[in-house]
Design a protein around this ligand. Structure first.
Ligand SMILES: [Zn+2]
Length: 341
């Protein structure tokens, strides 16, 4: 079978929607569909997902399946317990999907990792080998791609940037710690902070309203975005000096705020990133509307890699559209600068 004929199935599991797509081995989206995540018990939720999968694969058997899911999850046993899907607690999603699709390799990953992998494969990070991807939404998720491979970590939960402590006197966090990036930068926490300062305190409003008000010049909204941006930048720079990278991609609902978020993030990153090897740290918006889904497909596709390829050099790397074609203007600036001319 030629590489072009190989397709993989990507699945993205979230608390509000479930998406599935057929993706070619070189990262092109063939078709995609999504449904609202249903309420119900474990089997009812899976029945809805199963219908979606059957519809999208249309009787064909993909070569592999990759699943990105909201956490927590148990990668060793393929179990998921998404916080916002009450019916699934230690649900054996990998086994159930494998049974449904027909015995092909099935890989499972954290949704933040899949986001980073998707942007690395065909999105804003397709010309670089090292990338931090961050999803700023109702929480703050993240994933790292290092030397072209996702960093999973011992338990599969690496790169939990949202729970990096950036304020030693900070507020309590849902994770049990305090002063986490997420307590400043998640949409709901930014809205709560703004309300405590008197912004639309009697209204039922969300982060989209907050970002619109910030864009219109509201001082409280701007200050809250600046605080969130500072926390994000602290997490970004801490990660960059730890693993040595230059490209950060931010997506998610709150990132749709655009310059209201990106301008202060870039300003704070520039302030914090003083060591020479992170001085060129670049923060750019996500390019894919469905990076988590594309990244999930990439997880599945990587299950097909022949053993040994993972340690091979750049020339053996999986093809990425646009990769190797020079500097991508959408990356803002070259990520490597050869001053020798
Ligand atoms: Zn936390």
């Amino acid at each position: 079978m030629s590489d072009e004929a190989v397709t993989v199935l990507g699945i993205d599991i979230g608390g509000t929607k479930m998406a599935a797509a057929i993706v070619s081995a070189d990262g092109r989206l063939v078709r995609e569909d999504r449904i609202p995540t249903p309420a119900g018990d474990a089997d009812q939720v899976f029945a809805a997902l199963g219908e979606l999968i059957d519809r999208i694969r249309d009787d064909a058997t993909p070569a592999a399946v990759g699943i990105g899911s909201a956490g927590p999850l148990d990668q060793q046993y393929g179990l998921v317990s998404p916080v916002n899907i009450a019916g699934w607690r230690n649900f054996p999603l990998v086994d159930r999907v494998r049974d449904l699709v027909g015995g092909v390799p099935v890989r499972l990953g954290v949704d933040g990792h899949c986001f980073a992998l998707g942007e690395f494969w065909t999105g804003a990070g397709r010309t670089v080998d090292n990338l931090l991807g961050i999803v700023v939404s109702t929480g703050v998720g993240a994933g790292l791609v290092l030397d072209g491979k996702p960093l999973l970590g011992q338990s599969g939960n690496a790169a939990h940037l949202g729970h990096m402590v950036v304020d030693l006197d900070g507020e309590a966090c849902a994770c049990g710690s305090f002063g986490c990036v997420e307590t400043y930068a998640s949409g709901p926490r930014m809205v709560a902070r703004a309300k405590r300062r008197g912004w639309r305190s009697d209204e039922a409003v969300d982060a989209a309203v907050l970002s619109a008000d910030a864009a219109a010049g509201d001082e409280i909204a701007l200050a809250v975005f600046d605080d969130g941006a500072q926390a994000l930048a602290a997490g970004i720079v801490a990660t960059a000096v730890t693993v040595d990278l230059t490209t950060v991609v931010i997506g998610g609902g709150v990132a749709k705020a655009g310059p209201v978020l990106f301008d202060p993030v870039q300003r704070w990153v520039k302030r914090f990133a003083q060591l020479p090897f992170v001085a060129e740290l670049t923060v750019v918006p996500a390019q894919l509307p469905n990076a988590g889904l594309i990244g999930a497909a990439r997880l599945g596709r990587d299950a097909l890699e022949p053993a040994g390829l993972a340690t091979a050099g750049q020339s053996d790397r999986s093809p990425r559209p646009g990769a190797g074609s020079g500097n991508d203007p959408r990356l803002g600036q070259p990520t490597t600068v050869d001053a020798s001319g």
